[in-house]
Structures are given as structure tokens and as C-alpha cells.
Design a protein around this ligand. Sequence first.
Ligand code: GAL
Length: 847
Amino acid sequence: MVDTTRRTFILSGIGLAGSCLLPRALWAAGIGSGPAGKSLLPAHGGESPVAPREQWLLDFDWRFAFGNGDDPTKDFGYGFGQGDFSKTGDFKIATTDFDAAGWRALDLPHDWAVELPPVHDDTGDDDTRLTSHGYKPLGRRYPATSVGWYRRTFEIPASDRGRRIWIEFDGAMRDIVLFVNGCFIGRHDDGYTPFRFDLTDFLNYGGSNVVALRVDASFGDGWFYEGAGIYRHVWLTKMDPVHLGRWESVVRSAVEGDAASLELAGIVENESGHAVQASLEWSITDASGRVIAQATTPAQAVASGASTDCRTTAHIDAPQLWSPDEPHLYTALVKLVVDGATRDAEQFPFGIRTASFDPDRGFFLNGKPLKIQGTCNHQDHAGVGAALPDRLQSFRVGVLQGMGCNAVRTSHNMPTPEWVAACDRMGMMMMCETRHMSSSPSGMQQLETMVKRYRNSPSVILWSIGNEEWRLQKGALEQQGERIGAAMVERCHELDPTRVVSAAVNGNNEQGVSDALDVIGFNYNLKYPDVFHREHPKRAVYGSETSSAIATRGEYATDPKKNTVNSYDGVVEWGETPEQWWSFYGTRDWLAGGFAWTGFDYRGEPTPYGWPSVSSQFGIVDLCGFPKDYYYYYKAWWTKAPSLHVFPHWNWQGREGQEIAVWVYSNLDEVELLLNGKSLGIQQVPRFGHVQWKVAYAPGAIEARGRRDGRTVLVERRETTGAARKLRLTADRPEIDADGQDVAMITVDVLDEHGRPVPTANNKIAFRISGAGKLIGVGNGDPNCHESDKEPRRSLFNGLAQVIVQSATDAGSIRIEAVEESPAAEALTPASLTIATKRAAPRRVVA
Ligand code: GAL
């Protein structure tokens, strides 16, 4: 019998809603997979099960404990003697006898690094000092906080005997060793690629099973904050022995006039022990669910233990093309049929579009020129580190789209599936980058996994084989670079003939790895692209990494004593201000555009400072997604709607009569600035530039009036506010799903007695969360703040903080209350907010 307690699963409809490229969600009646006597059909809708595949989300109900990288006695005896791997089945932690009662209960995704207080380690150079990792104590010198154990029990029904059962991880940081039911199963040792293990032979059918992982984050893969632990989803996948190959189901489209032809490819793998005749039945539906194309491959023989490639084609009239403005998606359903019975199926979204790079005219999407207005991004966020709930991925895409960003580069690693899914759904183009530039077996495996995993994604317009590998670009390993680059590019072409391949190169692109690239990417170095274009007029060029402007949100002076950078023109010596790089890339038709470093701030790399700075200052928005002033530069020049932004704030008490630099970003013709109603003059706005004044401070208001064709189109004011009086909470959405995963992003700010936000407030606020949800993180975007991301309190930083709350599985409401903690004088008026949580597709089922 099956124990159905706390089982979690995904069904076909939900898999689609989540826009996973992987068919996360198909299971069928017929194979005794569901709990006896219970239907696993979703209560909310009428989706039918289509195939004997189940994919269960295994995120909930894990137990966690720190091990130790040095001392086996503190690492549950791991490595104490010689025994851990000597006999199959002896590994105690992964048996039901082991008592994990003292271990902490948690749900995935989980990043333990974000929970650790920073450590000021001053030994050695930047790397050894933990600077790059944002001073999180990870590494071989921090054995007590660098190893974590995860453990979970799960039931497998007797009726599953005969199926293939896999445990699948979307990613973990970093070296894992996995045991099931006392048996060593396997290892994985990079932090960004998904991995899976076939558990079929090791399971206890009709009873309890135990999985245990040792995750060692002593080594990192990069030079930035990377998190630690199982920071992406985990799945339990059950399949028929005759099943589809992993990530082999591919839809390739070609647009011909007003129609699209589709190449439909899949691989049948036969682990059944006898030969079968198999065919693939494809059906394509549009966004309304209407089937618009179908195709079936002829039945082909698949010998036992073999796999067979099955291909066919289909045709769509008047396809709706995918683009950032209209991200139309279609759904492909592929069924594997043997003797009339469906043995496996996958369902995934795809898009139809053309994308090409032209050496003279830049990037073209669907035959029209489109500048890449891109940003590079790492994957962590305030409050949660690298363990982002799915919804936070779309929140982040939305923040970037707000300034007109139409493309992201997944610097410098294979992204989380839900980030790609959000980009597909919301119309954000992507340059997908692998972590290691190497044609070694592990480098190639990372690359292949990325390309196979995401090649159905319309958002991906470009593969990147790596970033700034100076030894392979020029000098000592330049010739090896040629060979390594060529091998990687060739493999990308084999797996995906529809996309071009590039790399982010911080040199002149004249030798080494660059020779093999389809499209040439320049990191920084504005001195190179013109020369390169002249010398190589047939090669398409774009900016793979630009800018590296730095700013502390809401700060207007660069002060090394406070580790702040002014918000006007901070930039590293190798970089360019937004104005400098966009005036370059935006004015040359032959350049396809580029990717600014970075969209979001991220932990680690706190350039130009070190301790106590723990996060970067490169973001156009801070770690929470609150815009810095640069955001409005991009908004002015990357969006068409009239835009006007004046800064700084106008709270300069004590600086009366002193000159303050006032800047305005706008795409209007001219701007007039007024101080307390008196004009300080009108200035024409230069294309891709800004206007600025020096204003002797007097309390009151500065006002910018933007005109187009002589008419005032927009007016913006910064007023001197009074003292902070009351708290305010604002949620991004009033209602979220009660699925145990959805989140609401809450902005905390304070208002003066006239209801104006106070941009300089730094009060410390305490939060109480009650009802059908919990707090999962707090942040404020201050790169120098060492307050915990997990406790229910946070100081405002220049007027703002962020609280992330996550729903429970019961519908109801979440109440968030905010009060000032230890007020210096009269306390701020508290605030409260209620978020409704609505009954949702059952991502988690408690029977
Ligand atoms: C680049 C590098 C990025 C980041 C950036 C900071 O050279 O590719 O990862 O370190 O510099 O400016």
C-alpha cells in the first residue's frame, strides 16, 4: 500500500502553467502509479492524464544538518574509516534505522550560505579573503559551514515495480554524494547542471525508502556568490521501461512566408527486455488549447537495450511568432505509442520565431532589426540567496522589463529552469552561458546538458561557451583555445543547428577561442569593436558584457569610509557608464546591442570596496530589485513611452546654500528645472545623454518639466519631506496561490505626515507574519548591511526594505504586520497588510 502522506506531485496542466521545458507533469491512469483508491487528478480542472509518466516534486519535508569538511566525527562518521563505500548497502545515514530527529526540517529549494553571518577574513588575497563570496564562510578553511547533509524518506508503492524510477536534481551547489537505502548511488560535482540517478534497482517497493545526500560547498565554480546546498527543485520521476530519451524531444521551426514548418524529433529508449515497435504521436496546440497540427512517425523497431531516433514534420499556417512584445507560445505533446498503448509522453512549450545576426545591420528577430538591450545577471536575490521560489524569477524578469531590458545573459552559468521559463513566457531574450569553457569530458557534458535542456526555448537566441578565459583568448594557451573553442562550437551546432554560438571575450577577438565563434562578443574595451568590424566586415558583433557602472541606491556621494558610490557616474576603471556604452552600441547599426553588467546587484564581488561590503554595486537595480537612478537612464533610451526622472532626493537638511548636482534622465526634447517654482533654465536633452544643473540647496521642491514639440508632457518633483511618521507595506500582488511555493514581494517604506515617502529613512522594522504563510527572507539593498536575511526584522536602507512571504497549502490569508523596533523617539505608526491565498493547483498534496 502506498502511504500518501505529504506526497507532492505535478500534473500536466500545472506543468504547463509553470512553463517548464521539461515535461514535468505527465502521468497516466492505467499503470498502477497513483495511491490505491485515490485519484491524482487535479481537483481544479479537467486535464486528462495522458501517459504513464509521473513527475513528483520532491521539495518538501527534508531534514538538514551541517556535517564537517575536516572532522569525520562531526560529519556523521563519514570518512571515519574505510567503510562508506566498501560494501553496497552499508551506509547507515541512508537507512530507516538512522535517527535524524535532531536534524532541522526544511523544504527545498534551500541555500544555507545565505543563512550564515558574514565573516571578516583578512588573510591572503581577495579570493582567500572570501570577498568574492560576499564573506560567507565557505571553503576548505571553513569546514563547519561548508558541508551539509540532506535526508528524506519517501514511499514507493508495490505497483511501481517494473517502472524506471529516477531522482532528478535541477542543480545543487556543489559536490554531492548520493545514497539510497544504504547504497551508494553516485556523485555530481558542478554547481549548475541538472543531474539524475536511476534508482530502479535500489528501491523498496511497497515500503519506505531513504535518500541521503552529502553536499560539499567547499569548492565553488565561480568568483561570485554561488550559494550552498540543494538550491533548485528535486523530482521523482517514474517512467515506463519504454520511454522517451531525456531532453531529446525537440521542435525546430522554420518560418516560410506566412507558414511555419516544424521538424519534430524524439528518441525512444527501450529498457523493457524485449524488442518493441514504437511510434511517436505529436500534437501541437495553440495558446487557446486548440490542436493545430498533428503528426505521427511510422512504427520503428527498437531492440531491447537500444534507442531509436524518430522524426517527422508538421506544418502550421499563419503562426503567431514569439517576440518580446508578443511572446506567443505553442505546446507540443509527444506520445510514445507501442501496440496502440501510450507508454510515455512529454509536454512542453515552444515558440516560433526567426533570429539572426547580420554583420552590417545587427540582430534581427522575425526579419526585423532589434537592438539587444541586455543585462547580465547572477542568480541570487535578497532574502533567499540562490534558492529562488519560481515566482521570484518572473518578478525579476518584470523588474528588468520595466526599464526596457529585452535580453538577459545567464552569466556565467547554466540557468535555473524557471528563469528560462519566465523568459519564454514573458518575452525576454536570452544568451545562455555554460560555466566552464572546456572541451574536457566534464566541460562538454555541461555544455551538452545546457543546449539539450533549453533548445526548445524561444527566448534563447544565443549560446555562450564561456566568459573571459584570457589564457584561451591570447597568449600561453591561445592555440589550445582555438581547438577548445572549435570543439565546443561544433557540438552546439550538432545539438542545435538553429542557433549561433558566441563567447564573452575581454580582448581583441583576433585569436584563440574567437576564431571558432559565429558571433563576436566584446566585454568592455570600446576601443576594439570598430577596428574589428573594419578588419572583419563579415563577422557579426555585439557587446557580451558592458558597463560595470557602480552605484549605491539612494546615495549621492562616493565615500570610501562608508563604502558608498555616488549614483551619478560611478564606474570601474575597465568599464563605462550607461551613457558611454549605450552611446557607442546604440549608435552603430552594425552592432547588435549588448549586455550591461549587471541588471541586479548580487552578493560577493563588492567592487570597489571590500569588507564590510558584502554585495556588489554593479546592479542597475539593487539586490531587492529597487531601482537605482541608472534604471531611468535605460528606461529613457530603451523604451518608447515618454520618460522623465530627476534626482537626487531633496532632503539635504544642513546643506542649505551648498551646490547639489541635479540630473535628469529623459527621452523628451527638453527639460526645464525649477527650484521652489523658480526656473533654473531649459536644456535640450542630447540623444542617449542626460541634462544636469548645479543647484544651491534650499528646502522645498525641485521640479523637472519635460517637453516634446513644445508641450509639457511629464513633470517630476522631489520634495523635502518631513520626518518619518508611519510605515507602509505594499505587495506586488494582492492574492497569491496557496500552493506552498508562491510568494508575495512586499515593499516596506515610511511616509512623512503628508504621506510622502522619506527617501533617507533608515529605521529598523520588525515584522510579524501570521495566517496561511511564512516569511522566507528580508532585504534592503544595502551592500554593507550584515543583518540577517532570515530574521523577521530589517533596517530600511534609504527608505526601503523588502519582505518575501510564501503561501502555505491552505487557502486563506497571510497577515503581515510591521512595527518600528527600538524607536529613538516617537515610534512610527505601524502598518499591516493582508494577502489572500487562493486555492491552487495542488503542487503539494497532503492526504
Ligand atoms: C568582468 C567579469 C564579471 C565581473 C565583472 C565586474 O570582467 O566577466 O564576472 O567580474 O568583470 O566588472
